[in-house]
Design a binder for this molecule. Structure first.
Ligand code: NZQ
Ligand code: ZN
Length: 391
């Protein structure tokens, strides 16, 4: 196992109706002038935003509103949010929504205390200082409620990049699985896919002897594979949603990624797709993952075969473990299709003629350094071949 540090200071508040106490947690973390950030309207329709406002009103907490975050959140709204923070002297940002809203809030939080262009943080400048943020989560997927990461699409070129810093980890996150009952089945399935991807990206490691994190990842995957379809089928199943929601947080706060090298090739290859076609991140991953895994299979057949046996219930072919490894990837693909995910370029809405450009941007766009992935470093030609495998 590699050396590591792990700092995960988020105060989690889990369960029914907890969002009604949001002002208590804002006070706990010294918020007095709050920016409430939200998305395209689901929180208005469900009445959640009104309940949040009522909670802040009850404590006479000053707040300002900034809605309109789109899925695959854009840089334009971040600049707007930074201006509001500076103008109104905001000292706390409350994100009410999913990964897109939380990521936009993190970008604003970092940009509000920075004299330069916030985009510098998405070009490898480390984030060392940010306004405190809290979240009220409405979709379990990206894991941003427990992570120190944020992903934003730059509208000047439509490319997607990430930034990170421990100061971006939310001070508190309220996770009420009931709030997710209004999600369309497709969005729930995208979330399930993203959670699994966060676990695969960590499972595919070159570090030896990482039994504890291997086993944690396997347990989370088994839970997601069990609970995911139950929630897609019955959106009102509170307990299944609750298990899924906590698994989604644990999949990405890095408790099961410490002490080991990680991959992230699938995410890098997917981010080009959601930036260009504005598809859901999880849907893109459903198409990307089987292709990347098949391409990388020979790098460590035993690792793929181990996962196939322990998680996907395959029997080990001791004469040819590659068969087992491949069967595990096919079972993942079948599972994703069974919950309604796309399975190729066409069903995702991507175009073959864009492949050279997608592969080039993934490897060389902006500050990229020529390869993607920590498991197998993939160059432009490899990435191109992988995109062609998705046709
Ligand atoms: O905008 P509204 O109207 O709220 O609708 C949203 C949106 O259309 C809707 N929704 C959310 N909660 C709902 C709901 N509809 C009905 N009822 C509810 N309770 O769902 C749609 C998708 O929301 P979004 O926030 O985009 O989803 P998700 O949480 O999957 O976030 C995706 C973003 O996170 C990034 C992705 O790249 C993508 O931009 N990621 C962030 C990560 C991180 N910060 O650590 C890691 C991930 O790998 C990922 O890259
Ligand atoms: Zn993801």
């Amino acid at each position: 196992m590699d050396n590591f540090t792990f700092y995960s200071p988020t105060y989690f508040v889990f369960g029914k109706d907890e969002e009604n106490n949001v002002s208590e947690y804002i006070k706990k973390f010294n918020g007095n002038r709050v920016l409430i950030h939200y998305g395209g309207g689901s929180v208005i329709k469900s009445g959640l935003l009104d309940r949040i406002k009522a909670s802040l009103d009850s404590e006479k907490t000053e707040y300002h509103l900034l809605g309109g975050v789109k899925p695959n959140p854009r840089s334009g709204l971040v600049y707007e949010g930074i201006e509001i923070c500076k103008d109104k002297n905001i000292d706390f940002i409350l994100a009410v929504g999913g990964g897109s809203v939380i990521d936009s809030a993190k970008a604003i939080a970092a940009g509000a205390l920075y004299s330069g262009d916030f985009w510098d943080f998405y070009q490898n400048t480390p984030v060392t200082e940010a306004l405190p943020i809290g979240t009220v989560l409405t979709i379990s997927a990206a894991g941003s409620e427990g992570s120190g990461n944020t992903v934003i699409t730059n509208e000047n070129g439509m490319y997607k990049r990430g930034a990170k810093g421990d100061c971006l980890r939310p001070k508190f996150s309220i996770i009420n699985p009931d709030l997710q009952k209004t999600l369309p089945a497709y969005q729930t399935a995208c979330g399930i896919t993203d959670m699994l991807a966060h676990l695969y990206e960590r499972y595919l490691t070159n570090t030896k002897e990482v039994e504890v994190t291997d086993r944690l990842i396997e347990a989370l995957m088994l839970t997601i594979i069990h609970e995911g379809p139950r929630v897609v089928k019955n959106p009102d199943n509170y307990d299944a949603r609750a298990n899924l929601a906590w698994a989604g947080m644990m999949a990405h706060n890095n408790s099961c990624g410490v002490g080991r090298s990680q991959d992230w090739a699938s995410h890098k290859i997917e981010h080009e797709l959601s930036a260009l076609y504005d598809c859901a991140h999880g849907a893109g991953l459903a198409v990307v993952m089987p292709a990347v895994f098949k391409y990388n299979l020979k790098h460590d057949i035993n690792r793929f075969a181990q996962l196939a046996v322990r998680v996907w219930g395959c029997s080990m072919d001791f004469y040819n473990p590659e068969n087992t490894a491949l069967e595990g990837i096919e079972r993942l693909r079948d599972f994703l299709i069974s919950i309604g995910m796309p399975y190729n370029f066409e069903t995702l809405g991507a175009k073959e003629e864009d492949i050279p450009k997608l592969a080039h941007t993934a490897c060389y766009g902006d500050v990229n350094k020529g390869t993607v992935g920590g498991f197998v470093p993939l160059g432009e030609d490899d990435v191109k071949k992988i995109y062609y495998m998705m046709l």
